[in-house]
Design a protein around this ligand. Structure first.
Ligand code: GLN
Length: 484
């Protein structure tokens, strides 16, 4: 663990950065340059950034400095250096989604979240590595090589937003965006010891996101602490006419709400998340977090989520079915890679897809196409939709009794690179604690809760009902205070 320690560094909090800028102790331009220097030094070890957007970042930093010089009030993310997962569009910058098939593709527009971050003053440093099309739990499915965990570079950072989690843990950004379809914000955040948020489905616009499974995809922030994560959500949340699934519900001030004490909140603990397969050290760390919640005045009680055992197969049917449809557009004609050696159009499609997609993506396209095919649709896809409904109803029943539900985010801490690549099924099964909330559409936050005896971070997942992000933040804040 010796080399490892050199890569972990806590970023300044957003409040500290803002105070420094306002008081003129630092300029946004110098801050951005400092981050680029650290990226140059550390990125070769961790493979977090796939590309840098230096020109755009420096222009934005200069705009922020001009505002500060005038003495104008600064927007909430003024000068905050951030990184963006490479499945989100920044106009003119590469957007590979971790895939060879999108090599050379440059999107013609910005994702809504990118526009919102920049309007709030954020300085976007570059694009972050991830599993190909966000499919994976270890970042080992990236066509551009795995990301390494800053806590221990022999280990995976989790996935699919491994770059987004590692960037914050190693202070290669003060905050980042990732996406969570079945756990891809929460699980890597927990592996790297940072905070990650999966907002309610529809809370954050998906416009400008390269889709994996459209009924499950969420965009969410990573930060070094709960309050900063809440501030980032403040900026990106809210209705967007470009995304028909985005919610018109008003956006709360999550940062202010996260300051409220958690005393009196009812917290449910589902036995189904503490059984077989849970690493004992992870379990013990989460138990300590639960004790801290009791000590802070929360009312802790058991809840039951008996259909949890069906969540992994349900998720992997629905997610792959939707992926097979979403990925049909990558045909060698419209985007990115085209195979050079094809005599006919059909061969060009086939070779481009065969050479452009990696093994995991192909596995999922095949699984999904099969699940949707005539004769199997009812047995697989339709059945999975019915179970999804049951899982969602089960959560709502539990939320009639409690305000939040706490669980481990992952049954195991960060594992070694290569340890699970030979067994895709074992990799899928480890998503057991995160895919349920994805299917139900509810929100969740993961917060560092402690570490194993070997020093690996353990994250607690705090789930709350639709649009109740504030409740999850309040609980997470209490756990954070107790464990730091
Ligand atoms: N690990 C899950 C999968 O491989 C989740 C991925 C995600 O949330 N994007 O599908």
């Amino acid at each position: 663990m010796k080399i490892a320690e050199t890569f972990v560094e806590k970023p300044k909090t957003l409040a500290e950065l803002c105070a420094d800028l306002t008081a003129g102790r630092i300029k946004a331009v110098d801050l951005a340059n400092g981050y680029y220097q650290r990226i140059e030094k550390v990125n070769p070890h961790l493979n977090v950034y796939l590309s840098l957007t230096r020109e755009r970042a420096m222009a934005q930093a200069e705009r922020v400095d001009a505002l500060a010089r005038k003495g104008d009030p600064l927007p909430p993310l003024a000068g905050v250096p951030m990184g963006i997962k490479d499945v989100l569009m920044m106009q003119g910058a590469p957007a590979t989604a971790g895939s060879k098939i999108l090599e050379g593709y440059r999107p013609p527009y910005d994702a809504t979240v990118v526009t919102r971050l920049e309007s709030a003053g954020a300085v976007l440093l570059g694009k972050l590595n991830c599993d190909e099309f966000a499919m994976g739990s270890s970042n080992e499915n990236s066509a551009y090589g795995p990301v390494r965990n800053p806590v221990d570079p022999e280990r995976v950072p989790g996935g699919s937003s491994g770059g987004s989690a590692a960037a914050v843990a190693a202070n290669l950004a003060a905050g980042t965006l990732g996406t969570d379809t079945g756990g891809s914000v929460r699980q890597p955040a927990s592996f790297c010891g940072v905070v990650g948020v999966m907002p309610t489905y529809g809370r954050v616009s998906r416009y400008g996101l390269i889709a994996f499974a459209s009924s499950l995809d969420r965009i969410g922030p990573f930060a070094a602490n709960v309050r900063d994560a809440a501030t980032l959500l403040n900026v990106i949340a809210g209705h967007d006419a470009h995304d028909a699934t985005s919610s018109p519900a008003p956006v709360e001030d999550y940062a202010v709400e996260s300051d409220q004490p958690a005393a009196g909140l009812r917290v449910g603990v589902p036995a189904e998340y503490f059984g077989e397969g849970l690493d004992p050290e992870v379990g013990a760390t989460i138990e300590k977090g639960i004790e801290a919640l009791k000590a802070a005045g929360c009312v802790v009680k058991p809840v039951s989520l008996p259909h949890t055992k069906y969540a992994v197969p349900t998720y992997y049917l629905i997610a792959t079915a939707e992926a097979s449809a979403n990925l049909a557009r990558f045909d060698g004609v419209r985007y990115g890679y085209r195979s050079p050696h094809s005599a006919t159009l059909a061969a060009m499609y086939s070779h481009s897809r065969n050479e452009g997609f990696g093994a995991e993506v192909k596995r999922r396209i095949l699984l999904g196409t099969y699940a949707l095919s005539a004769g199997y649709y009812d047995a697989y896809y339709l059945k999975a939709q019915q179970v999804r409904r049951l899982l969602a109803e089960e959560f709502l029943r539990a939320f009639a009794e409690v305000d939040a539900i706490v669980t481990p985010t992952s049954p195991v801490p960060a594992f070694k690179l290569g340890e699970k690549t030979g067994d895709p099924l074992a990799m899928y099964l480890a998503d057991i604690y995160t895919v349920t909330a994805s299917l139900a559409g509810i929100c969740g936050v993961t917060v560092p809760c402690g570490a194993t005896s070997g020093g690996l971070p353990v994250g607690m997942q705090v789930l709350a009902r639709h649009l109740c992000e504030s409740t999850a933040f309040r609980i997470a804040r209490t756990v954070e205070e107790a464990s730091s």
